[in-house]
Design a protein around this ligand. Structure first.
Ligand code: NAP
Length: 462
């Protein structure tokens, strides 16, 4: 009876996770999605606490307190700009849990003499995937947090070397399946999986880590599936599969939006410039023309149609509130203001949605790339706030450019462009941007937050 109730609770939790994933697909329902997922997780945890195999609750209580003490500050105080590394750290911890469960179950099985081939296969996959996710995620965290050098660390024959090490890991898994109680094989497999995580992430540049994090998310999900099979737990199998697949889909979508093939994500030293491409040299040249804040404010105040185009610089400056305030002021004067959302603007999927939603921009004002691109031709002013790569026309016009083929926001089609940035810095990809020297573009130099505040004051006075 107790077991039936637990299984029913797991089914309910799985259903809530499915609803949550669906709701997370749209900004307007995303908050609800997070709440549904949290309730689903609570149902899963509470149901598990009734498991008859639990003999005492002391250590579970200690784990829950330590987890809550670590999790609360991670969720509450880590700034949005540091979210990618926070997620990497969460993956490392999740995968560590899966790996430790695997190691614990294995040692328990060895001492009890109960290990069967099926169980050891599941445990092997769990430890192999879990181990590489732990070290891979820690490397991603280190690179994003700039504790480790962000540049890709590459050496000749790296892919062949990495694949050989991975092959040793798989061979030790086969060895373990043939001889389940062989602790040496298990130890070799664990050591190799930890090494593979480091080796896989070494050749990838720090700024490309979000794609890696999403891929590692997928591996962590698969490790959870294996854990579910190993300890015969349905909710782990379902949730792990959801996690594994959604992480995989997200990695593919991100690589597509960043103009990389998935093969390049898996095996290319991404973050390193493509062979033959000279970053920073992809521009036809020309001078940027600066505009004063007063003139820019006048232009914004009298524009009928304005599109605000946020990018990574908005996140750096934490200028989302000022962007919304400027938008509100223009709307008060009768202008129409929209916010253009590029799928990989910023440094993580949904980065701009999250920042603008936090600032209270209504969801119907956030317009996706394909829809807003049709509107630029009739836009009076496109205000680019710390965006660079996602508005670089070279992606459409210059086959030599490293970002050629990446879908972009067609800001250059607008009647006029005002770009807010601090100086002549390039974006994430390191290539020059001809938009900023274009005939319709005026540059307002300075920190985005300060520039937006000045523009707001100017629009008020106009
Ligand atoms: P970007 O190309 O990285 O450019 C950001 C620009 O913001 C820089 O040119 C910089 O110029 C300016 N900036 C920085 N701090 C600023 C401040 N405080 N005030 C004003 N301007 C500031 O950004 P993006 O256009 O959003 O493009 C995102 C890039 O990241 C893409 O190449 C994408 O492929 C990549 N990426 C995205 C994700 C994702 O999931 N979103 C993941 C990995 C990689 P100055 O230095 O001159 O100020």
């Amino acid at each position: 009876m107790r077991d039936t109730l637990i299984q029913a609770a797991y089914l309910l939790a799985a259903f809530l996770f499915l609803l949550a994933l669906r709701a997370l697909g749209k900004p307007v329902t995303a908050r609800r999605g997070m709440q549904l997922a949290a309730v689903g997780m609570a149902v899963g945890i509470v149901a598990t606490l009734f498991n008859a195999r639990i003999l005492s609750y002391e250590w579970i209580a200690v784990g829950a307190v330590v987890g809550a003490l670590a999790g609360y500050p991670l969720g509450k105080w880590v700034p949005m700009t540091a979210m990618p590394q926070r997620i990497a750290l969460s993956h490392a911890l999740g995968a560590l849990a899966a790996t430790l469960v695997g190691v614990g179950e294995y040692l328990h099985g060895v001492s009890a003499g109960t290990l069967g081939r099926g169980q050891v296969t599941a445990l092997g996959f769990e430890v192999l995937l879990g181990g590489l996710t732990v070290t891979g995620s820690l490397m991603a965290f280190g690179k994003l947090q700039e504790i480790l050098p962000g540049r890709p660390l590459v050496f000749r024959g790296q892919n062949a070397f990495n694949l050989s090490v991975l092959a040793i890991g798989v061979a030790s898994l086969v060895w373990l399946v043939v001889d389940p109680a062989n602790v040496v094989a298990a130890g070799v497999m664990l050591a190799v999986s930890l090494a593979v995580g480091v080796l896989l992430v070494l050749p990838i540049g720090g700024a490309d880590m979000p794609v890696v994090v999403s891929l590692l998310n997928s591996y962590a999900g698969l490790a959870a599936v294996a854990t579910g099979f190993a300890i015969n737990n349905n909710i782990l199998i379902i949730v792990g599969a959801l996690d594994g697949l959604s992480g995989f889909i997200l990695s593919v979508a991100m690589s597509k939006a960043m103009n990389r093939s998935f093969g390049n994500v898996l095996f290319g030293a991404f973050g390193a410039p493509p062979a033959g491409a000279a970053p920073g040299a992809a521009s036809a040249g020309g001078e940027m023309s600066a505009i004063s804040a007063e003139d820019a404010a006048l232009r914004m105040a009298y524009a009928e149609k304005v599109v605000i185009v946020p990018g990574y610089g908005l996140a750096v400056a934490q200028a989302q509130h000022q962007a919304r305030e400027l938008g509100d002021l223009i709307e008060k004067r009768g202008g129409d203001v929209r916010y253009a959302i590029h799928p990989v603007a910023g440094r993580m999927p949904g980065h701009m949605n999250v920042l603008l939603a936090e600032a209270g921009v209504p969801y119907d004002k956030l317009v996706d790339m394909d829809d807003i691109n049709e509107r630029f031709a009739e836009t009076d002013v496109a205000l680019v706030v710390g965006a660079n790569d996602v508005v670089n026309p070279a992606a459409r016009t210059n086959p030599q450019s490293p970002i050629y083929g990446m879908p972009i926001l067609k800001v250059a089609d607008a009647r006029s462009v005002i770009a807010l940035k601090r100086g002549k810095g390039t974006g994430f990809s390191g290539v020059e941007n001809d938009l900023f020297v274009g005939p319709r573009t005026s540059m307002l130099f300075g920190d985005a937050k300060q520039s937006l505040i000045t523009l707001g004051l100017g629009v008020k006075d106009a």
